[in-house]
Design a binder for this molecule. Structure first.
Ligand SMILES: Nc1ncnc2c1ncn2[C@@H]1O[C@H](COP(=O)(O)OP(=O)(O)OP(=O)(O)O)[C@@H](O)[C@H]1O
Ligand SMILES: [Mg+2]
Length: 216
């Protein structure tokens, strides 16, 4: 079983959107996936309440019970657990980073968000020795302006990994959530679907050292 954590101290950067969509992508890839909702806001759990399709399982997990719940998921034969985490709560982000095989840090292309992502990168470094592999992914990217390029340059200068796919500001992401879906489920060949597919492949490369298409 692999554990993917989606962490960022800043609110509203797309943690829940990515956590749920990547769990759907894993399920479509034939894996048994679950989302552990570590956020008391319960956004991923609400998403599941609105969802009519079966799976992925979404479990509200009290942070203190995370090790036990991961053990139970492993014993139940779960292939991938995605940890959706709250903003601000450093202790919960720390715990998630400690237990993750790979960490995604979404950020908006804006200076205050990049500062929050920088703090999250420091937290990841402290959480385990050696630090768990992590990458920053730019979400809410826009085609115009210098903001995305500037954000990516700042992340590179920090020596952090940058996911090789930008997620653009697209209505499909938010519209899908209204029905407990992921963007690729409402627009199979849409641009958001393509971005999520490429992000999922990148996550697989980091978790399993092969992409979905290279899988035997
Ligand atoms: N690329 C995108 N384009 C358009 N809307 C997006 C995109 N990514 C996320 N959203 C929307 O932005 C809002 C915030 O996203 P989300 O809830 O995933 O952020 P979060 O980081 O989990 O927030 P919180 O810190 O409060 O848990 C949601 O309404 C979501 O649908
Ligand atoms: Mg959230």
């Amino acid at each position: 079983m692999k554990v993917l954590a989606v962490i960022c101290q800043k609110g509203g950067v797309g943690k829940t959107t990515l956590a749920t969509a990547l769990a759907v992508a894993a399920q479509e890839d034939g894996k048994t996936a679950a989302v552990f909702d570590l956020d008391a806001q319960g956004s991923a759990a609400f998403w599941k309440d609105m969802r009519s399709a079966e799976g992925p399982a979404v479990v509200s997990v009290q942070p203190v019970r995370l090790p036990h719940m991961l053990k139970a998921a492993r014993e139940a034969g779960t292939d991938l657990v995605v940890l959706d985490t709250p903003p601000i709560a450093k202790d919960v982000a720390f715990l998630a980073a400690e237990h993750a095989d790979f960490i995604l840090i979404p950020t908006r292309p804006a200076v205050l968000d990049v500062m929050a992502a920088t703090e999250t990168l420091k937290l990841v470094k402290r959480a385990s020795e050696p630090p768990r592999p992590a990458a920053v992914v730019v979400n809410f990217a826009t085609a115009q302006g210098r903001e995305v390029a500037d954000t990516e340059e700042t992340i590179r200068q920090l020596g952090a990994n940058l996911a090789p796919v930008r997620l653009h500001l697209r209505v499909a992401y938010s519209r899908a959530q209204q029905t407990g879906s992921a963007a690729m489920e409402i627009e199979r060949s849409g641009k958001a679907a393509d971005e999520l597919k490429r992000l999922y492949d990148y996550v697989c490369m980091n978790l399993y050292s092969h992409t979905r298409s290279e899988k035997k």
